[in-house]
Design a binder for this molecule. Structure first.
Ligand code: SF4
Length: 770
């Protein structure tokens, strides 16, 4: 550098231009962390390993990602980063509460008399109105050992068939679709598939906001090796902005697009005929069905160009391996289960199941949505067993030591059918465990009236201020997240362990303890063994998971092995464990089992990354089902009276009904207000200003929201986050999928009206006090 240039450089240095003489170094506050404790994130299904930092007084003061965990490799999203603040968040329950009627004041109680009263009320209702007149709705947030224990209590002691989980609102279509296509539930792929795929298609999934760390895994894979990313979503989501191809289809027309993609693939001979012949049934019926969905016809239904359909079909089918992911854009629809079957079928006809980078991967919702699917007995019996199969009823009855006749012979009502049954007077008592239907269910006004009809409503939750509590007769304060111990299963079938970081707050108890204690109030509770520790329950689950052909096999896992490995994917059998132990002795180290069966030296064990690698499925003849799916347009389409499509979804800083994130300043401040994304041109038509309040109205009800103008939504569409109480679920459609009974939260129509700005602002202030 010449001396002249040096002078100029000095004269115009950045610090001078901006008037700064010194750079301020970044300082990270020293929180005096005394100890880091291992646990697993309790929000979404990504399954990140977290370490919680405790100071010398044992108070949780920090969270960090675990660098050895294959899932998150040291990273966390904003929810995980602040998760330690949960322990001190407001609104926690402290003492059991009881009252005669919802309009009475709460009376504090002790656990013994509360559970005595609960047991006798359940039995009184069942003796008066029948066994199924008491219903139970649980969650995707408990630990797996708690789910197993609740299932034992519900199926083995209480005996009501009307027992389900709130996962019906998010994952039921994925479960149903997997069962119809592959004969069993269980996502066949894993995050490692991003490292191998040559094409990724995302259906109705805004991955960066819903599952930020899975998205980061995808980004990491893309930085190493470019492959096309196709996002199918009516809205220009964060994911769509990042995609190579964005198909902004008309809401609710995904099935027509799937059929058209299959039309092109089959018409142009791009299918994997050998795989179809060897491993599937039903190709003739599918070929006949998709003939009606040539790209010209489908382009008119879906509102995209025919060339886009052809291009995407060719890209996907010609890739050496291709994978599909999806979330609520598919599941929460009047034809959600069909949508999942359609995605599975595209992957089957292109031979993209069970191979690295070739899969059909449902990205699940809550931290343990998978755990409830596997072990809670909600829709059947533990370990994916079915009430409809006599040999499976007998197996479980023998294992638990009760009469098999105690079990119903087919599954009862789903959550979304339990509420109408209360309305009809068939169900008189309800126990809600860690779920908040006053915010999460469609048509909130109807749910409010329904809850008022109950003779006996019990809420079991970590938070006493969940909106549904106002209709309850009893409140059971539960421990939250890492105040207890047990496992979660994540999206890629990985068991990870939550270790207890702090004692439960006040007089709250772990859900595990509550279930065990309540079982003692029922005659069968004397016959069935309820282990005293979560590890004891885990050992029962391991035992029940054994058996030839059982994919959900966890018999090789232990709590310790799971922690040492930062999670293990199922199946991981006793034989796998023995083989790994033998090999470890030889190399004097810990091992990973790779897909090819070879072993390489690394810390921990891994389990199976993929299902159906041999092309053998869980159907009677081992072949997957290809099912024809004619598109029936049963969406509530916009009309003159209700001219806008209404869509809803998650934002990154909140989780579900905000019972946790709404209380944490560092989360809530990003989105404290119910808002609506609206297209600026549509707003100009109605003279609506950015930041003003409007009233949205549907055939079901109305809600007040603040307007955020953005080009992310089309001129005839709006988008509203689903987290807020008395908001989008007052107006959403709520029609049920015939297979999964999951509601259509998304494809409804609304109109937008003016509202008094001062009154709306007052309402907003009231909502923000939560
Ligand atoms: S991505 Fe999900 S599991 Fe990971 S830290 Fe965020 S909320 Fe937790």
């Amino acid at each position: 550098m010449t001396s002249e240039k040096k002078k100029v450089g000095k004269k115009f240095s950045i610090s001078k231009i901006f008037g700064r003489k010194e750079q301020n170094p970044i300082r990270i506050a020293d929180k005096n962390i005394h100890q880091w404790k291992y646990t697993t994130c309790g929000y979404c299904s990504t399954g990140c390993s977290i370490e919680v930092g405790l100071n010398e007084e044992g108070k949780a003061v920090a969270s960090r990602g675990n660098a050895n965990a294959d899932v998150n490799r040291g990273k966390l999203c904003i929810k995980g980063i602040f998760e330690h603040e949960l322990f001190e968040a407001s609104g926690r329950g402290n003492k059991p509460l009881m009252r005669k009627a919802p309009y009475d004041a709460w009376q504090e109680s002790d656990w013994d008399s509360t559970l005595d009263h609960m047991g006798s009320e359940i039995q009184r209702i069942q003796e008066t109105y029948g066994k199924d007149s008491f219903a139970i709705v649980s969650t995707g947030q408990l630990l797996t050992e708690e789910f197993y224990t609740l299932g034992k209590l519900a199926r083995g002691c209480i005996g009501s068939n009307n027992y389900d989980g709130n996962t019906t609102l998010c994952m039921a279509s994925a479960v149903s679709g997997y069962k119809r296509s592959f004969g069993s539930d269980g996502p066949p792929g894993c995050y490692d598939d991003f490292e191998h795929t040559e094409c990724l298609m995302a259906w109705g999934s805004n991955l960066p906001e819903q599952h930020p760390i899975i998205y980061w895994r995808l980004k990491e894979a893309l930085e190493k090796r470019k492959f096309p990313v196709i996002v199918i979503d009516p809205r220009v989501t964060m994911f769509a902005q990042f995609a190579d191809i964005h198909l902004a289809i008309t809401p609710g027309t995904d099935l027509a697009l799937m059929n058209s993609l299959m039309y092109v693939i089959l018409d142009e001979g791009l299918e994997d005929r050998d795989y179809i012949n060897a491993h599937t049934n039903g190709i003739e019926e599918v070929e006949a069905c998709v003939k009606d969905y040539d790209p010209i016809t489908a382009s008119k239904i879906c509102g995209i160009s025919e060339d886009s359909i052809r291009q995407v079909a060719r890209l996907y089918a010609k890739a050496g391996s291709a994978m599909s992911i999806w979330t609520m854009g598919i599941n929460q629809s009047t034809h959600g289960s069909d949508g999942v079957v359609g995605i599975n079928s595209i992957n089957l006809i292109t031979g993209n199941i069970g191979k690295p980078g070739g899969t059909s991967l449902s990205i699940t919702g809550q931290c343990n949505a998978m755990g409830t699917r596997e072990w809670s007995s909600c829709s059947g019996l533990p370990g994916y067993r079915m009430l409809e199969k006599p040999e499976q009823r007998k197996e479980i009855a023998d294992f638990w030591g009760i009469d098999e006749e105690f079990f119903p012979k087919k599954r009862g009502l789903a959550q979304t059918d339990i509420f109408p049954a209360i309305e009809a007077g068939e169900i008189k008592g309800l126990w809600l465990v860690a779920t908040n239907p006053m915010t999460s269910m469609p048509n909130t006004a109807r749910i409010r009236k329904i809850l008022e009809k109950l003779d006996f409503l019990v809420i079991q939750d970590a938070y006493a201020d969940v909106e549904t509590t106002q209709y309850a007769h009893m409140f059971l304060p539960a421990a939250v997240w890492a105040e207890k111990e047990g496992c979660f299963t994540n999206t890629e079938r990985r068991y990870n362990i939550v270790r207890k970081v702090q004692e439960p707050k006040g007089d709250s108890k772990s859900d595990f303890w509550i279930f065990n204690e309540l079982s003692k109030r029922f005659p069968n509770g004397e016959k069935i063994h309820f282990p005293e520790t979560p590890e004891g329950a885990f050992n029962e689950m391991r035992e029940l998971s054994k058996g030839a052909g059982r994919t959900l096999n966890i018999s090789g896992m232990t709590h310790k092995k799971i922690e040492d490995s930062c999670g293990i994917q199922w199946p991981y059998t006793e034989e796998d464990a023995k083989r790994d132990e033998e090999a470890a002795k030889k190399t004097n180290d810990d091992l990973i089992t790779t897909e090819s069966g070879k072993l390489k030296v690394e810390k921990g064990v891994k389990g199976a990354q993929r299902l159906y690698t041999t092309g053998k499925f869980q159907t009677p003849d081992g072949k997957a089902n290809l099912i024809p799916l004619p598109f029936v347009n049963n969406n509530e389409v916009p009309c003159t009276e209700f001219p806008f499509w209404m869509n809803s979804g998650r934002v990154v800083e909140h989780f579900h009904t905000r019972t946790r994130t709404g209380k944490m300043g560092n989360m809530n401040k990003y989105s404290p207000t119910p808002y609506m994304e609206m297209n600026p041109d549509a707003a100009a038509d109605q003279n609506i200003k950015h930041g003003s309040y409007v009233r949205i109205v549907s055939r079901r009800g109305d809600a007040v929201v603040m307007v955020q103008l953005t080009q992310r939504v089309a001129r005839n569409s709006v988008f509203i986050p689903f987290h807020f109480h008395d908001c989008v679920n007052r107006v959403c459609l709520g029609l049920l999928d015939p297979h999964s009974r999951q509601p259509a939260f998304k494809q409804g129509s609304i109109r937008i009206e003016e509202v008094d700005q001062d009154m709306a602002a007052q309402l907003n202030v009231e909502r923000r006090t939560y």
